[in-house]
Design a protein around this ligand. Structure first.
Ligand code: ZN
Length: 205
């Protein structure tokens, strides 16, 4: 009775996809990460052995591995050689509280020599978002990466995000959004290009 076809099927469905592979540092295993989470729970006054929490450390270890997989990616992995203006969903973790912030990234560039396939832009955003971050740095990193790879005439990145660490702690109103931008090249120098991009980015909200 231990492994009916039905339970086998269910187990297969629960096997993580390759994308969900854990990317903890070489020295760390899911087990050691889970042990640290178990200790955190105890420090919070919780009973890590109670049923609801029993598998939480392992789940958190896996989730954190997934949410920080950007550390294991390089720009070369992410960008082959082919880009433009797009809006991307963004999910990241605030490095001060290890809580999510999420929203949209507006990315635009004006090509010079090289262009990149559209699918690459979200992957660049993801590579930096799936790390412990602050929104300002994330915005700069995305702009810098596009600049490095494409040497475009200009890059513009606007990120608007909601921070759970602020919302859940009542630091800010539920609807307050943090907006950051990084403008380079003609996006900084040319008033008309800048206006155009910012208008597009803000109008898309
Ligand atoms: Zn925070």
């Amino acid at each position: 009775m231990s492994s009916t076809p039905v339970s086998k099927l269910a187990a297969t469905a629960l096997t993580p996809s390759p994308r969900a592979i854990i990317h903890l540092t070489d020295g760390a295993s899911t087990d050691s990460y889970a042990a640290a989470v178990r200790e955190q729970l105890a420090l919070l006054g919780e009973d890590p052995e109670r049923e609801g929490l029993l598998r939480t450390p392992e789940r958190v270890a896996k989730a954190m591995g997934f949410l920080t997989q950007g550390y294991a990616m390089s720009l070369e992995d992410v960008v082959g050689n082919a880009l433009f203006e797009e809006e991307h969903e963004l999910y990241s973790l605030c490095e001060h509280h290890l809580l999510p912030f999420f929203g949209k990234a507006h990315v635009a560039y004006i090509p010079n020599k090289r262009i990149v396939g559209l699918s690459k832009l979200p992957r660049i955003v993801e590579m930096f978002a799936r790390r412990l971050q602050v929104q300002e740095r994330l915005t700069e990193q995305v702009a810098k990466a596009i600049e490095e790879v494409l040497e475009p005439r200009g890059v513009g990145v606007v990120i608007e995000a909601y921070h759970m660490c602020m919302m859940m702690r009542g630091v800010e109103k539920q609807n307050s959004r943090t907006i950051t931008s990084a403008l380079r090249g003609v996006f900084r120098e040319d008033g008309k290009t800048r206006e155009e991009f910012l208008h597009l980015a803000y109008a898309a909200r």
